[in-house]
Ligand binder design. Sequence first.
Ligand code: AMP
Length: 441
Amino acid sequence: MTEAGDLSTFQSLGVVDVLCEACERLEWKEPTKIQQEAIPVALEGKDIIGLAETGSGKTAAFALPILQALLDNPQRLFALILTPTRELAFQISEQVEALGSGIGVKCVVVVGGIDMMTQAIMLAKKPHVVIATPGRLVDHLENTKGFHLRSLKYLVMDEADRILNMDFEVEVNKILKVIPRERRTYLFSATMTQKVHKLQRASLKNPVKVEVSTKYTTVEKLQQSYLFIPSKYKDCYLVSILNDLAGNSFIVFCGTCNNTQRVALMLRNLGMSAVPLHGHMAQEKRLGALNKFKSKGQSILIATDVASRGLDIPHVDVVINFDIPTHSKDYIHRVGRTARAGRSGKAITFVTQYDVELYQRIEQLIGKRLPKYPTIEDEVLVLMERVTEAQRHAKMELREFEEKKKKRKRPHEDEEVDIPAIRKVRPGKVKPRTKISKKRK
Ligand code: AMP
């Protein structure tokens, strides 16, 4: 027996030994705030609406109660976890499998970009937990013979605000129609939007609200700054900062898939180890890119907002907002990739003549004025010649690749948009063609 009110261990929350051991193996010393709040409620058999973000430990907050219920009532196709992106789906699956390793839990990930047939075969083996993006799951529910979720006991909607913002509302409603009404439902969301509220009313029964306040604050150990520069010099400033801060790991956020690809190519043409991550890449390439980056094989990840939420990349030292986020809340998610778990980090936001209004909105949201990132324009612009050359090559490579792709005539949405082979480059710092004359003050 533990003291009432003690929330300091997984045991004290009511988690059974075999699952506590799994937490120990993961070296989790104590439950996080959201776990302390959600797990006891979930173990009482209640529905939950959880307001928490990625990084709070919310995956285990819903996974542990589900695994515990599965132990009591071993059954195939027991739980469905809906999540907005493929990367998150794999990440959740990894965590559920790690937590359930002692009880032999079987998970299947059902996301776009991977062959339907392979997934159908895996689903036919009837896993305990299905982790899915809504679109592909509906595809299987409608087209895969013999697959249904009529015995489901648990439904989790993870990052519900994002699922709904990505226009998956129709799919979610379709899924809700074909699963049993008698079930437990956990709905997790970073924000309580009107759409989430509507979904909550439609899908949860007398839910208990659990909340950890991460209210648009950015952590103290995060040094944030901005850089006001003409749009035409952005590439040059990026190269200069990457040079200055060499030795760190970076995520550079771009606004579009195309720009992500272009920036990655340009940097690689300068001998930097940059790897792109965006929604037009085939699924395996995205996972490959992420794994390479996670294992520190590459130190610069160039990404769209695909990577701004939900991805657990522990060692990012610097986040660069190369293209300013159009939704200011994305700023919080982007910079949240650094200064995690008590470590320090830097976030630098490029603001051009076109971005002033968006930038002001960001400052309003975070409630503070940020300092300027110190640079000396003359020093930066000596790199211009080399950067221009790298830009030119990157453009050519992109064009060549587009042409090759057209010739191959593979119009499928998820066809590979791979980074073309890089020309031979010298790794290391980019040096200007001319000598830097002025010293940094
Ligand atoms: P999540 O918010 O679920 O994506 O979790 C973020 C990160 O926190 C993941 O890397 C988890 O492995 C980790 N984590 C979850 N719970 C705990 C805990 N109680 N102690 C330490 N780390 C945790």
